[in-house]
Design a protein around this ligand. Structure first.
Ligand SMILES: Nc1nc2c(ncn2[C@@H]2O[C@H](COP(=O)(O)OP(=O)(O)OP(=O)(O)O)[C@@H](O)[C@H]2O)c(=O)[nH]1
Ligand SMILES: [Mg+2]
Length: 367
């Protein structure tokens, strides 16, 4: 059959939208419950046992599925930085509210299950037993449907976090930031193992990306960020993510200024953003570099100059990052015994927190 006729006979189907999460959860639960094969010497005994198994299995299956959704956020828990990213993208408290609502639904379903099992014991005859199971199924369904929006939100948050790099809280992090198109990604590519996209238009980078760099004895996380225009109110999600990285993720900030203005933004605007961050982040080391030095033959300011094309200033910048790292406190052990390993010269990394210890992970949500 010619291709055209085949197309006419089988018009393209509309892509079916995925079933709500609550429907999937209930389908699995009711299917499992329907497989119950009770034992018993009489039919009435088997009927009662079947009804009991349906209530227990469907309730337990729903609870298990809901717990696995919330549990995926509890183990090992969000880092403070991940939590900030989620807040920035989804709004303050959205994540906690969704987690708490799902946790409450689990509690309610557990209570409902106990109550229905009790009522079933008092039911006499197949009609009353059937009514009890139907009532349980109805109430179970409405509990799950009520949290549909929360389940979708948690799924969105899970996907969002998967698409972002996981930052190790114990490793030092340098965040490369500045206006769009100034050469941040090209610089991150020079400093670290990351190979971000570099192109001559603003907002090439739309979300944070991480690379690694060995600076001295430390393995640094080098974060590339989307450009920031410094408009506080009208910032787009990419800009907000960059600001969160600067505010919450950086031990050291490398602020990139493009003195050639080939990025499309005047120096005055770039300087204004730098001034603002200096005011808003007192004490945070901010290294200012002027990019694209290969295009500017003469030094105009005494700031550090770098070029991702000629590698000018890259080594100097590495050293400046190392030097700017805030020293972590030394461990309290005595350093009197000089025959031991030379502890005094080694910056101690915090050990990985043990279960139950308060680390930088966020555990304040849900159950
Ligand atoms: N001549 C020269 N061009 C550079 C240099 N660094 C970056 N560029 C160019 O500047 C443009 C922007 O570079 P990117 O690294 O993508 O800039 P960005 O700041 O990451 O841009 P956004 O992700 O859009 O914010 C590209 O055309 C690069 O080739 C440099 O050192 N010298
Ligand atoms: Mg970029």
């Amino acid at each position: 059959m010619p291709a055209r006729n085949r197309l006419l006979r089988h018009p393209p189907r509309k892509a079916a939208s995925p079933a709500p999460r609550s429907v999937e959860i209930l389908d699995v639960a009711f299917h499992r419950a329907s497989l119950a094969t009770p034992k018993g010497s009489s039919k009435s005994e088997r009927d009662r046992r079947r009804a009991q198994l349906k209530i227990i299995r469907s309730g337990a299956t729903v609870q298990r599925q809901l717990r696995s959704i919330t549990g995926s956020f509890h183990r090992p828990g969000l880092t403070e930085f991940e939590h900030s990213l989620v807040q920035t993208r989804f709004g303050d408290g959205t994540f906690e509210r969704a987690m708490a609502r799902v946790a409450r639904a689990i509690e309610r379903i557990r209570g409902l299950q106990r109550e229905s099992e009790r009522s079933l014991r008092g039911a006499s005859g197949p009609d009353e037993i059937g009514t009890e199971v139907r009532r349980f199924y109805g109430r179970l369904s409405s509990h799950v449907r009520e949290i549909d929006a929360d389940l979708s939100r948690l799924e969105e948050i899970r996907r969002f976090l998967r698409s972002r790099p996981h930052l190790e809280p114990s490793a030092p992090t340098v965040v490369v930031a500045g206006f769009p198109n100034v050469g941040k990604s090209a610089l991150v590519g020079k400093l670290s193992s990351a190979r971000p996209r570099v192109a001559d238009f603003p907002f090439t980078t739309l979300s944070i990306e991480v690379g690694h760099a060995d600076l001295g004895f430390d393995r640094w996380q080098v974060l590339d960020t989307p450009g920031v225009l410094g408009r506080r109110r009208r910032a787009n999600p990419a800009e907000r993510e960059a600001v969160t990285a600067v505010e919450k993720g950086a031990q050291v900030v490398v602020f990139v200024i493009d003195p050639t203005e080939s990025c499309g933004y005047p120096m005055a605007d770039q300087e204004a953003l730098l001034d603002r961050w200096r005011r808003e982040l007192p004490g945070r080391p901010i290294i200012v570099v002027e990019s694209k030095s290969d295009l500017v033959p003469d030094r105009v300011t005494d700031r550090m100059r770098v070029s991702a094309v000629s590698d000018d200033g890259i080594e100097e910048l590495r050293q400046a990052i190392r030097a700017a790292a805030p020293m972590r406190p030394l461990p309290p052990e005595s350093t009197d015994d000089l025959d031991e390993a030379p502890k005094a010269n080694v910056r101690k990394r915090p050990s990985r927190p043990r279960r139950g210890e308060d680390d930088s992970r966020v555990r304040a949500y849900g159950s």
